[in-house]
Design a protein around this ligand. Structure first.
Ligand code: MN
Length: 496
């Protein structure tokens, strides 16, 4: 998985020449200390790199331009220790094309009541210096994240950390390549969309490949490679005896391993970050890729079924954003409901492809018939998913824009064995409640496919949508149908 420590955010402090060398020296010392403190924070997964104080229009422009063009720089944090007249920022902000976080902090936490004098006031004036800067960013209508509080406070570090996770996902999308085997599932609407607009807006490309390209690789996989991979399966998963080498149904698992090796080779050779396939286009394949998809998802690739390239890309972004955190991020589908008035639940799953990053139990490798696609019985991993706070997210194309919809949910531990449902599955309660959660989602046009996250907050997803400049609808605690409907109406005007 991606090591987020390979990414940098630059810490840029604004000032001016008005105050003299002595003050600027202190500004630089304090800024270095803050940058170092943030860099060392366990809550911030990326590097925080100090940049020399910017004091002129040219210095600001040069620094922000360099942030644009420097590899692995995923965003910029700005802070005005002193006053930095914001007309100086126009030129730099106009060209900055990486995510911006405005940290509204100050070096000292407390006012030194007994010693405070006018020198202190002149040095520690972010309370108004940051307002001058904030005005210009608002005046220029630039999206950014404003984080308020002392830089050593845990919640401030956490907000910066979560924003940097969103920025890492955003950076990963830029120039990212996603492969589609076949088109979208026939006649399906919500998984389709404008791929040209997506590339303009999101920075990733989606292109199609014939399933025959994959079949050629499948046919070329060697017996020894398959055997080596089978040993890994046996070590990692619970497997019934008749699926083991020599067993009566072993050929299904053998074939699944062959598909996995070929699919990984296809993705690695092509430099892809994710893919989608469709059961309507499997010519030349023996079984629908289930196990292979699950394992590639667990490695960090994005995936969604039935040609759903938007969800595949979103799952990839979530995997990058959640890297290193407890819990996982995966592909999900709202499948069926439990309408018991005392315990309303959604059962989420997919035909085969929920990945083990979400697993709370040791996965069991099983082979069962699949009543769809008309192929041989596919191998898949079966497991339960842990309870706890989680969310579902969906990107849809509403014609003139993309909309991200997030529904916060409370996942619950499975209360029943499901002996006849041999797929990975999860149970959750939508927030604020079943009726509002489901109706709100449907009013907003959310898809049946989602990216499901156990470790990202709605705020982090919102940060991500601000980077993309797309609409964001959150359905969670406190949401009402009236508020959701109004927000949707107003957004139609806001995005006109
Ligand atoms: Mn589906």
């Amino acid at each position: 998985m991606i090591d987020l420590k390979t990414f940098e955010v630059w810490f840029v402090t604004g000032s001016q020449h008005l105050y003299g060398e002595e003050t600027l020296k202190l500004v630089a010392e304090h800024s270095q200390e803050i940058a170092k403190g943030l860099d060392a924070s366990g809550k911030i997964p990326v590097r925080v790199v100090y940049k020399p104080t910017v004091k002129t229009t040219q210095e600001i422009y040069d620094t922000l331009l360099a942030a644009n063009t420097t590899e692995n720089v995923i965003g910029v944090i700005t802070w005005m220790h002193t006053f930095s007249p914001a007309k100086m920022w126009i030129r730099g902000l106009a060209v900055l094309n990486k995510p911006l976080l405005h940290l509204h902090t100050q070096y000292n936490r407390d006012i030194p009541w007994n010693s405070i004098d006018m020198d202190f006031m002149n040095l520690n004036q972010s309370a108004h210096g940051d307002r001058e800067f904030g005005f210009m960013v608002s005046r220029m209508r630039k999206n950014r994240k404003v984080v308020v509080g002392h830089w050593q406070a845990a919640d401030v570090e956490e907000q910066i950390g979560n924003w940097s996770r969103a920025a890492a996902g955003w950076y990963d999308w830029q120039g990212g390549k996603f492969a589609r085997f076949g088109d979208n599932m026939r006649f399906v609407a919500v998984t389709d969309g404008d791929k040209v607009e997506a590339e303009l807006k999101f920075g990733f490309s989606v292109n199609t490949y014939g399933i025959g390209d994959l079949v050629a690789l499948i046919d070329a996989v060697s017996d020894s490679d398959i055997k080596a991979l089978l040993e890994e399966y046996i070590e990692k998963y619970t497997i019934a005896p008749d699926l083991l080498p020599g067993g009566e149904r072993h050929s299904s698992v053998y074939e699944a391993a062959r598909i996995e090796i070929a699919l990984r080779k296809f993705l690695v050779d092509g430099g892809f970050k994710g893919f989608s396939d469709t059961f309507e286009d499997l010519h030349g394949m023996v079984q629908l890729p289930g196990l292979a998809v699950q394992r590639l998802l667990a490695e960090g690739y994005g995936f969604a079924g039935e040609g759903d390239w938007k969800t595949a890309a979103l799952v990839r972004a979530f995997k990058v954003m959640g890297s290193g955190l407890e819990g996982g991020n995966g592909f999900m589908e709202d499948y069926t409901y439990h309408f018991d008035p005392n315990n309303e639940l959604v059962l989420g799953s997919h035909m085969l492809e929920i990945d083990e990053s979400l697993a709370s139990t040791k996965p069991s490798l099983e082979v069962h018939p699949l009543g769809i696609g008309g192929k041989a019985d596919p191998a898949r991993l079966v497991f339960n998913v842990a309870g706890g706070a989680a969310l579902n997210a969906s990107i849809i194309d509403v014609g003139n824009r993309f909309r991200m919809i997030v529904n916060e949910v409370e996942a619950v531990e499975p209360q029943n064995e499901l002996p006849n449902l041999p797929v990975a599955r999860v149970l959750w309660k939508p927030l604020p409640d079943m009726k509002t959660g489901c109706a709100g989602w449907i009013y907003a046009g959310g898809a049946h496919h989602t990216a499901y996250s156990q470790n990202l907050s709605a705020e982090t997803i919102q940060d991500f949508t601000e980077m993309a400049g797309i609409e964001f609808i959150k359905i969670g605690k406190g949401s009402t149908i009236d508020s959701i409907k109004n927000e949707l109406r107003w957004n139609d005007i806001a995005f006109k």
